[in-house]
Design a protein around this ligand. Sequence first.
Ligand code: C5P
Length: 317
Amino acid sequence: MTTAPTPPRSVTVRVPAKINLELRVGPRRADGYHDLATVFQAVSLYDEVSVARCDDWQVIPAGAYADQIPADESNLALRAARLMAARFHVDEALSVRIDKDIPVSGGLAGGSADAAATLVACDQLWGLGLDREDLVRLGAELGNDVPFPLMGGTAIGTGRGEQLAPALARGGVRWVLAISDIGLSTPAVYAECDRLRLDADADGSPQVPAPQVSAELMAALRAGDAKQLGAALTNDLEPAAFVLRPELRELRDAGVEFGALGGIVSGSGPTVAFLTDSHEAALDLSVSLAASDLCRDIRRAKGPVHGAHVVPGLRPD
Ligand code: C5P
């Protein structure tokens, strides 16, 4: 006689941060959003999300940035868990523990990563047997940046960033992430981008082309050529971020002067990501940036890495 396997008491999922190697922003749409063409890369900066059965729904913040995690219903990971329960008719509450090592509100999609990890964890805890495509569809209901951490690696995102296709990328690179503590609101950065385009256009009706990722960046990724990749990093939101927070331009310029192969505001900022081609170069750059006093914190990460994955063992609490 075979017995059914005992369901796990808790499931822990490790999920990476992302950087946008290229972010092309199309015209503002009627719904207020912008069509995007972007290249995401998952980098080795991780949050860990654990779900466990519980009497009541709750978020347990933990880790380096615990004090910045919302513990109420606005938490996207909690919303992800509730979505899974509702969609698959599971009548159980969960506690969602978020061990946070990805800086919050940094343009690294940490909140979306936690939601993605929660989808994977719930699938495993409840034995739902969903595949990645199912999870990606559920992720897109929660937010535009939620599908990518499920996939990881390097990928092209279109639509609002949620429609993904893997990108051919050879080799790996080393990133130095300069974490700034200045706040930068995503809607404000998009609005400033629209305003700059209006200003730049003589008759006040800018013809913004449909967004497309560049051939140069794709070629650099295929070739695994870090120098070429550094030169091809592009973010259409960067001029807007620089207008709103001029100190970010100073930071980007300093990193490039200190020897980075390229530097770019990640997403809508304020993190600035610098590309290097070796561990030693990344270390040197980190030391120079730290001495410059232009940022609050510096993190080093490798890219690309795998997407959200279950880690063995029970959660510590
Ligand atoms: O994706 P999320 O809801 O976090 O975006 C926050 C805001 O950023 C949106 O309300 C919108 O103003 C702007 N945005 C946009 N186009 C996108 C993504 C975000 O205009 N593709």
